[in-house]
Design a protein around this ligand. Structure first.
Ligand SMILES: [Zn+2]
Length: 399
C-alpha cells in the first residue's frame, strides 16, 4: 500500500484537493482519495511531494515513425514547404536500424515525460514492434491519401490488407483507418473511409486547417498550399474551387457516428465552429501548439475554443516539427499566449479529454477510486497563482 500526497492533487474527474492523499493498494489501484482540507497531519509512511499530482498525460497526435526527422527540417516556412521538405527527407535512403533507434528513443522520451497513451499516425510498419512492447498504449491511425478518384479502390484495398496483416502480427495494438487531410483525399476515398468507419469502431483523425492557404485552396483554388501541391506533380485538374472553407468542404464527407479528431485547427474560425454545431459532442479539437509555431509561427484561436467549452485535447505532433515529445511543454506554450485559461482546464485537456478522444477514459485520464493509478508529479509550479513556470517539469510517480 502507498499513501501519496502533494501540495495539490488534481484528480480531474473531481475538484482539486489541497494536500489531498491518494491511497493505492498493492496493485496500484486507487482505494481512497482523502480530502484533508489543506490540513495534513503526520501520517505513517506518507510520501509527500512538492508540486501538483495529476493523471498521466495523453498525447492525442504524434507520428512516432517520423522521429528520425528531428532537427532535419527548417522552421517557420509554412506548411506547403514543410510538406515538400518532409517528403524530400523521407525519400532519402535512411537505414532502418537508425530509424528504429529514433523510434525507441522517442517512445522512451514520452514515457519520461509522463505520457501514458498516444494517438499515433502510421503510414508504415516500422514503429509497430516498438509500440507493441511499450508501456505506453498506442491507438494507431493508418493514414491514407490519394487525390486520384480512379485509384481509390486500390488505395483502400491496400490499407485493408495492411490492417489485417499488422493486426494479426501485433495483437495488443488498436487501429483505425483515417484520411490524411482534406486536400489529399479524393471524394471516392473519403466515401470508402466513411463506410468503413460506420461499420467499425474506427476513430477518425484528420489534419485540419493547419495553414491559412488550406482555406484558400478550397475557396479559390489558389495560394501557397495549392502552388506547393502542384510541385508534387499531383493531378489537381479535377480540383475545382468550392467557395467553401476547408471544414465546410470535407466535414460532410466523414462519418458522424464515430469520434472525430480534428488536428491543429490553426486557422479554424468561429464560423467554422458554428458550422460544426450539431456534432460538437463527438468532435475533439487536438491542439499541437509547438508544431504550429514551428511550421506556421501561429497558434489557433485557443481562447475561442476555451470560451466555447469545446472538447480540446493536446498533441505533440512529430519530432519533424517539434523539439520534444512533451505534453507539459505544449501546455506552457498555451499558457504563455493565453494566460486566462486556468491550469485546471489545461490539465483536463491533457488528460481526460485526450483519453476520451481515443476511447480510453475507462483506463486513463483521471484519478478515481477503483481505477488503476497512473500519476504524474508536476514540480516547480507557481502554486500561489496556479500557473506553470518555464522551469516546471514532470516526474513520473506511478506508471
Ligand atoms: Zn500530424
Amino acid at each position: 500500500m502507498r499513501k501519496i500526497s502533494a501540495n495539490y492533487i488534481f484528480p480531474i474527474s473531481s475538484m482539486p484537493l489541497k494536500n489531498g492523499i491518494i491511497i493505492l493498494n498493492d496493485k496500484n489501484k486507487v482505494v481512497k482519495i482523502i480530502d484533508t482540507k489543506g490540513n495534513l497531519k503526520e501520517i505513517e509512511n506518507l510520501e509527500f511531494y512538492n508540486g501538483i499530482i495529476a493523471p498521466a498525460f495523453i498525447n492525442a497526435h504524434c507520428h512516432l515513425e517520423l522521429s528520425f526527422l528531428k532537427n532535419k527540417i527548417k522552421k517557420k516556412q509554412l506548411l506547403g514547404n514543410f510538406i515538400l521538405n518532409l517528403i524530400k527527407e523521407k525519400n532519402k535512403n535512411i537505414e532502418k536500424n537508425l530509424k528504429l533507434d529514433f523510434i525507441k528513443k522517442a517512445d522512451n522520451e514520452m514515457k519520461k515525460n509522463g505520457i501514458i497513451a498516444v494517438g499515433d499516425i502510421s503510414n508504415e510498419e516500422i514503429s509497430f514492434p516498438v509500440k507493441s512492447k511499450s508501456k505506453i498504449f498506442y491507438h494507431n491511425f493508418i493514414e491514407i491519401y490519394s487525390l486520384d478518384n480512379s485509384k481509390s479502390d486500390l488505395i483502400f484495398e491496400k490499407a485493408i490488407f495492411f490492417l489485417s496483416k499488422i493486426s494479426k502480427k501485433f495483437k495488443n495494438l488498436v487501429f483505425s483507418i483515417v484520411p490524411h487531410s482534406p486536400y489529399s483525399v479524393s471524394d471516392n476515398l473519403f466515401e470508402k473511409i466513411k463506410i468503413f468507419s460506420q461499420k467499425n469502431n474506427n476513430i477518425i483523425s484528420i489534419h485540419n486547417q493547419e495553414t491559412e492557404s488550406e482555406n484558400e485552396l478550397f475557396f479559390s483554388k489558389s495560394g501557397h498550399l495549392y502552388e506547393n501541391l502542384k510541385k508534387l506533380n499531383l493531378d489537381l485538374s479535377k480540383f475545382s474551387k468550392k467557395e467553401k472553407t476547408s471544414i465546410e468542404f470535407f466535414f460532410p464527407k466523414i462519418s458522424k457516428k464515430n469520434k472525430i479528431l480534428l488536428v491543429h485547427n490553426t486557422f479554424t474560425s468561429e464560423k467554422d465552429i458554428n458550422f460544426l454545431k450539431k456534432h460538437l459532442e463527438k468532435i475533439f479539437f487536438v491542439l499541437c501548439p509547438s508544431s504550429n509555431l514551428f511550421i506556421e509561427n501561429k497558434l489557433p484561436k485557443i481562447d475561442l475554443f476555451y470560451n466555447k467549452n469545446l472538447n480540446v485535447a493536446i498533441g505533440t505532433d512529430s519530432l519533424a516539427s517539434n523539439e520534444k515529445l512533451c505534453i507539459l511543454e505544449e501546455l506552457k506554450k498555451i499558457q504563455n499566449k493565453f494566460p486566462e485559461i486556468p491550469l485546471e482546464n489545461l490539465l483536463k485537456w491533457a488528460t481526460i479529454n485526450g483519453a476520451k478522444s481515443l476511447n480510453l477514459n475507462e483506463n486513463f485520464g483521471q484519478i478515481k477510486v477503483g481505477k488503476r493509478a497512473y500519476l504524474n508529479l508536476i514540480e516547480n509550479v507557481d502554486l500561489k497563482n496556479m500557473k506553470l513556470k518555464n522551469a516546471s517539469k514532470i516526474k513520473v510517480l506511478n506508471f
